[in-house]
Design a protein around this ligand. Structure first.
Ligand code: PSU
Ligand code: MN
Length: 304
């Protein structure tokens, strides 16, 4: 095991005994949701994964180590401290070498999960090609990571703060399979549909597990993206959410928000503008992804 990785006993036992493990990111806790909902979500999502018969491994950078598996005390720190670095691929080495506190994005969580030998990773939404790409060239490092690192990410699509058709084009160019779980449309995070088609649909977790194994046997590098729509009863109305998103983007441009600050700024503004409605939907879709992701991990392990 890489010398920067520290596993909890629960995660170590699961990996040693070839039990299903599901990674979770920490940027969603530190930079994606307000306190105390963030820590409630972080604890509950771990329990949901355990209820499905898999072991959760939330990942963060603490004390100069990549912690794979966190205690409730660690989760509380990540949910409350203000001095937490947002760690993507670019930031991983510097945050470790300076022993700073860091929350991992989808990209960095994939890297760390892969170092620990974890193949499945559940989150809410991934980063992608931002709207206004022509001007700002803002493309999340999550997409490059999906192209490189062999981890299967289960999410609810991407928020329409992003340019969804361009995000899919980018993934196509990089050869990343995008699998709609029981859907042939890319879910837009808060809504089940987006009018953007996905090239692959699978209707059972077993089918997805079999696909992941096949891709491994072919020695194709890179990850997979499973997009799982938010449950019907929790989805928001598209016109309403689109108005909040448009306003948040306008404000980010007016205020010259750039680089790694763009996504957290937009997420926080959408929570404020929606008076918490978007937050509730966000939490529910993470729980739903946890169920599906844990089942895929379990099916993968059961058949191999
Ligand atoms: N989208 C969300 N919630 C999040 C993120 C994105 O709906 O919490 C976080 C994830 O950690 C993702 C990161 O990997 O933002 C992308 O940031 P950027 O666009 O700066 O790469
Ligand atoms: Mn960016």
């Amino acid at each position: 095991m890489n010398k920067f990785i520290t596993l909890t006993q629960e995660v170590k036992d699961a990996l040693d005994n070839n039990k299903p493990v599901v990674a979770l990111e920490s940027t969603i806790i530190s930079h994606g949701m307000p306190y105390p909902k963030n820590v409630e979500m972080a604890n509950r999502v771990e329990d949901i994964i355990r209820e499905q018969g898999a072991v959760p491994a939330t990942i963060a950078i603490m004390d100069g180590q990549i912690k794979v598996g966190l205690t409730p005390e660690d989760l509380e720190i990540l949910a409350t401290r203000k001095d937490i670095a947002k760690v993507s691929r670019r930031d991983l080495a510097s945050v470790l070498s300076s022993k700073a506190l860091g929350a991992t994005t989808v990209a960095a969580t994939m890297i760390c999960a892969n170092l620990a030998g974890i193949k499945f990773f559940v989150t809410g939404g991934i980063g992608g090609v931002h709207r206004g790409y022509e001007e700002f060239m803002d493309v999340s490092a999550d997409l490059e990571e999906l192209a490189m690192t062999p981890v299967t990410v289960i999410c609810a699509g991407a928020k329409s703060i992003l340019d969804l058709p361009r995000t899919l084009e980018y993934l196509e160019t990089k050869g990343v399979p995008v699998i709609g779980f029981k859907t042939n449309e890319l879910p837009a995070f808060f809504t089940r549909t987006s009018d953007v088609g996905v090239p692959l649909q699978m209707d059972t977790t077993k089918e997805i597990a079999e696909f992941v194994k096949t891709k491994e046997l072919l020695e194709l590098s890179g990850g997979n993206l499973v997009v799982n729509p938010i449950p019907e009863e929790h989805q928001l109305e598209r016109e309403v959410i689109d108005a909040w998103i448009a306003q948040a983007i306008n404000e980010s441009v007016e205020q010259d928000v750039l680089g790694k600050d763009v996504t957290p700024f937009l997420l926080a503004r959408i929570v404020e503008l929606s008076e918490g409605k978007s937050l509730e939907a966000n939490i529910q879709l993470v729980y739903n992804n946890a169920k599906v992701g844990a089942r895929i991990a379990k099916d993968y392990h059961d058949s191999h």
